[in-house]
Design a protein around this ligand. Structure first.
Ligand SMILES: [Zn+2]
Length: 509
């Protein structure tokens, strides 16, 4: 028992003896709560008889890239439905939702005309527009990513120019606020008649050797101006010319197409609980990917871990007390759209949810259980993490992750539990042409999937219910205290109005 828990314990002894207090006073892990024999069988099935790498090979090489709303994405949905049925999950079905706009990548090329003449490595960012057919030639000017207020004010200077984003001086705002304002800048530049913008990765330079990284430039946002990511070596050369006062002229040709609203779907299957089937633990990952390679590390790894976790639990032959619902979300890459749709479609049922588990941090081994702001649950989760010590040392904390499908569950007051991974190469494979099967080790994948399976089973099967949703006031207060308000507000994700502002919060215990 650590000091923090001891402090709480003294407080609780003086006050009440509720089941919750008992859980905090004396949190039980698999050694005491009766779940260990089942977990040992799941671990055996997951490690010795894993289908994870087989699934990942199929998803990567047979389905391949699967951008939400495209025919390839539908193929991935059909593949997942068939796989869930073959695994033996119950009530396998898709849950449709509609995306505001569809987008298809065409081509993107650029060459330097002066001061030298050579081809440059670029790729288009998702949901951004096109140059005139055949491309255009234009001079390059820089815009300071760290002073977008000023750049928007003087956007007229970008008429007929190619804009190169360049961070100068110190940032005056947080990363998320800069990213949110970047969208305003792109719209202002387009309105002023700029030709294209070099500035993928939220306006920052690409990671890795001659790699580009695609992605969306906001949450559920599209832009008429073409925005491209450029290989960092090429971009750095342009920067050096401009810094030396040498005019840089490029020819750039970007062709993409938009469509009207398009339908997508989350894929859902269950292991129904034998004691409290109405209570649900969601195990999820996003099925959709970007399209410069085969979408293996983002997030084939997570998607097949969800499937392999289901397979391991079913093979163990043991049913949990509560229902485990396996969900493959789509539209994550465009702004958590599938998981937002899930929470909306299941609104009436959210009070029966215990939380969700999400794996979406690349190809490495799991290193942290991040409980999404639910500090009240850390002590209860720790004995479970401790029970995994022969497999892997995994920390438990209350960190909040809004960069994946945990976000909508956190907003619903639940522990959106992010299984963070130790993936040093992910900054290269993320959204790039290097995101391939080559980058994944089968043993690490099998271990991740097994830990996901054991976590899901333990949450669903432990005698005491792990968590219930917090009221909105309490969630709003917690998110404000954890500095999430500005970011959520700037991406239109803050659903709480002025709840949680001074004097409007719930009790802080
Ligand atoms: Zn992802």
């Amino acid at each position: 028992m650590n000091i923090r828990v001891l402090g709480l314990a003294l407080l609780v002894v003086a006050g009440s003896s509720s089941a919750w207090a008992n859980d905090v006073l004396n949190p039980k892990g698999p050694d005491e709560d009766g779940t260990k024999p089942a977990l040992a069988r799941i671990a055996g099935a997951g490690m010795m008889d894993s289908r994870a790498f087989e699934y990942l090979t199929e998803l990567s090489d047979q389905v391949g890239a699967r951008v939400t709303g495209t025919p390839q994405s539908q193929q991935a949905i059909d593949w997942s439905l068939a796989k869930m049925k073959a695994i033996g999950l119950q009530s396998v079905h898709d849950e449709k939702w509609t995306m505001w706009k569809g987008w298809t990548r065409g081509s993107a090329s650029a060459e330097m005309i002066s001061p030298q003449h050579r081809a440059l490595g670029i790729d288009s960012m998702g949901w951004t527009g096109s140059t005139p057919a055949g491309g255009v030639e234009a001079d390059v000017v820089t815009a300071n990513l760290f002073d977008l207020d000023e750049e928007i004010r003087h956007a007229a200077k970008f008429k007929n120019k190619i804009i190169l984003m360049f961070p100068e001086g110190a940032p005056k705002k947080s990363y998320w606020l800069i990213f949110a304002q970047y969208g305003d800048f792109l719209n202002a530049a387009h309105k002023a008649g700029a030709v294209a913008v070099i500035g993928g990765q939220g306006g920052f330079k690409a990671e890795g050797m001659h790699l580009t990284h695609t992605g969306i430039v906001g949450f559920a946002a599209d832009f008429a101006i073409p925005v491209v990511d450029m290989a960092r070596e090429d971009q750095s050369q342009l920067e050096r010319y401009l810094a030396a006062g040498k005019p840089v002229r490029l020819r750039i040709n970007v062709q993409n197409s938009f469509s009207g609203p398009v339908e997508s779907a989350n894929v859902v299957g269950e292991i129904v609980g034998h004691e409290s089937p109405e209570q649900v633990v969601v195990v999820g990952a996003h099925l959709d990917s970007w399209d410069l390679s085969e979408g293996t590390t983002d997030n084939g790894v997570g998607a097949v871990s969800v499937l392999a976790a289901a397979d391991a639990i079913i093979k163990s032959g043991i049913k949990p007390r509560r229902t485990i619902r396996f969900v493959l979300f789509t539209g994550e890459e465009q702004g958590l759209l599938g998981s937002l749709a899930y929470v909306k479609q299941h609104q009436g049922e959210m009070k029966n949810h215990l939380g969700n588990l999400v794996l979406d941090a690349g190809q490495g081994p799991i290193k942290e259980f991040q409980l999404g702001g639910r500090s009240d649950l850390v002590a209860a989760f720790e004995p479970f993490a401790d029970s995994l010590s022969n497999i892997r040392e995994i920390k438990v904390n209350e960190k909040i992750e809004f960069g994946t499908d945990t976000g909508p569950f956190i907003l619903a007051g639940l522990p959106g539990i992010n299984l963070d991974q130790d993936s040093p190469d992910y900054k290269y494979t993320h959204h790039s042409a290097a995101d391939s099967l080559e980058e994944v080790k089968p043993d690490v994948l099998a271990q991740d999937a097994t830990i996901l399976a054991m976590s899901a089973f333990w949450l669903a099967d432990r005698p005491e219910r792990f968590a219930a949703p917090w009221p909105a006031e309490k969630t709003a207060k917690m998110l404000r205290e954890k500095d999430q308000y500005d970011m959520l507000k700037s991406f239109n994700l803050w659903p709480f109005g002025d709840l949680g502002a001074d004097g409007k919060g719930g009790p802080s215990n």
